[in-house]
Design a binder for this molecule. Structure first.
Ligand SMILES: Cc1ncc(COP(=O)(O)O)c(C=O)c1O
Length: 468
């Protein structure tokens, strides 16, 4: 154990910089003000809603298609709406199951209920925190209609293996890319591996519309099916393959985005490559600082993968098992050193229940009494709420800690965060604890490759969307 006195015990703090710095806050306010001022001419024209998907909606959709290189893109008013639309499009309905990793935001799973189907939770790969392909395959039954993968914290899932499994079983893949704008796996943009890629654009996401979402696909029929769910007013002129003849009506939902949100999203998209570059440098600096440090590890980035969007810098704290502090004490002690660490928020749903497979909505709530479409009329409710044991998720639920996405700080700040963690671990994990990390060797830091950038990918354009 080190003799350096911890700040919590009256020693000198590791770092004094504030995150985000006052200057970064001012810069952000100026940028957002400029974006909002840019909206005024649109509003002044007296038309504040766009139902046919034209003008600013079409411009943003085109720019996003260019980013990922997909044939079609459909902007919506939330990421949740894109996930619902994707499940609907691939045909998820009563009697079906959708496999979803238990470590994610609940909106990856809850829209499955809106289709009258059942989410089946799977475990994650402890190296990456993303869905474990082997566990996915174990959970496939003849009811399985789709697999949802989540590139959590911007870290790409092992998509080649997932697609091989899905293709072999003839199951659709929906990618939840809400944390991973601009991420790439083996040369292909995230969102374009599966049948549909879904991106949240809500406040704080790497592409920020305030509230919004966008779905991408290469299938004209899936595009039409998403359109038909919630985009009345655009269906007749906007269909890619003339899949339906509904006139201009949709199926009772209204998922179209606000034009002001699209304006903000378009401005934010132009800043994505800069954000991804800064995050990549900070993530590398933080990870490098932690290589070989007992009690903590940075989740791995798979070979051929490039993170995008980031969302947060999540680490696995293993010190409690080595005779060190509890996770909560560890977080408090690191914070006193000046580093903005928190307990990871997805590892405890509502800060109480552990990960999603433990949440009352999926384990206790008697959904049939609620009416509506949120249960499966083809199965008894008891049959859809079986308890699952997900050992990796259950272990991680007590181990994950998180920094905000360090996109405004310098790499020096990220290194400082790593050093603060190291100081605390060296002072609190007994050298003779006799327990070491499960890893045979320290996690290697992979050099960050540039994420895909707006306008740089091989865009396959379509003229389906009414343009400005
Ligand atoms: C992984 C993930 N999926 C889906 C969503 C839902 O997106 P929205 O809040 O835009 O509906 C979020 C939002 O935080 C998310 O983080």
């Amino acid at each position: 154990m080190s003799t350096t006195k911890l700040a919590i015990k009256g020693g000198k703090r590791s770092m004094y910089a504030i995150y985000p710095s006052p200057l970064a806050r001012i810069e952000k306010a100026v940028v957002l003000t400029a974006d909002v001022l840019g909206m005024i001419p649109r509003i002044a024209r007296g038309k504040t809603t766009i139902g046919d998907g034209s003008k600013i909606v079409a411009k943003f959709e085109r720019a996003f298609r260019e980013l990922v290189g997909s044939d079609f893109s459909l902007a919506m008013n939330s990421g949740t709406a894109t996930l619902h639309s994707a499940y609907f499009a691939v045909g998820v309905g009563p009697g079906h199951e959708v496999i979803v990793p238990a470590y994610t935001w609940h909106a990856s799973a809850t829209p499955v209920l809106q289709c009258g189907a059942t989410p089946v939770f799977c475990d994650v790969d402890p190296r990456t925190l993303t869905a474990d392909p082997d566990d996915i395959e174990r959970r496939i039954t003849d009811r399985t209609k789709a697999i949802c993968v989540v590139h959590v914290w911007g870290n790409p899932t092992e998509m080649d293996r997932i697609m091989e499994i899905a293709d072999r079983h003839d199951i659709a893949v929906v990618e939840d890319c809400s944390h991973a704008h601009g991420g790439v796996y083996k040369g292909k943009a995230l969102g374009t591996w599966g049948a549909v890629g879904c991106f949240s654009l809500n406040a704080g996401k790497a592409v920020d519309a305030g509230e919004g979402g966008i779905a991408v696909t290469d299938s004209a029929e899936l595009f039409d099916r998403m359109l038909i769910l919630g985009h009345f007013g655009r269906i007749k002129r906007g269909q890619a393959a003339d899949t339906f003849d509904f006139g201009d009506m949709s199926l009772g939902l209204k998922y179209r985005p606000h034009q002001c949100a699209m304006h903000l999203a378009r401005a934010s998209l132009k800043r994505l490559s800069g954000l991804n570059r800064r995050c990549g440098r900070s993530w590398e600096a933080l990870s490098a600082e932690l290589v070989g440090v007992r009690g903590i590890r940075a989740p791995e980035t798979l070979p051929g993968a490039t993170r995008g969007g980031y969302q947060a810098f999540v680490l696995v704290y293993e010190g409690a098992d080595m005779g060190g502090l509890s996770r909560e004490e560890f977080v408090k002690t690191v914070r006193r050193e000046g580093a903005p660490l928190t307990v990871d928020r997805y590892s405890k749903v509502n800060f109480t229940y552990g990960m999603l497979h433990k949440a009352p909505l999926f384990t206790q709530v008697h959904r049939p009494t609620l009416g509506g479409g949120c249960y499966d009329p083809t199965r008894s409710w008891e049959d859809t709420v079986q308890e699952v044991c997900l050992p990796v998720c259950e272990k991680l639920a007590d181990q994950l800690v998180s920094f905000p996405r360090l996109n405004t700080g310098s790499t020096r700040f990220a290194r400082g965060c790593g050093r603060a963690i190291r100081k605390v671990l060296e002072a609190t994990i007994p050298a003779d604890s006799g327990r070491d990390n499960d890893r045979a060797e320290p996690t290697k830091v992979r050099k960050t490759q540039p994420a895909v950038e707006p306008g740089r990918s091989k865009a396959r354009q379509s003229d389906v969307v009414v343009s400005a």
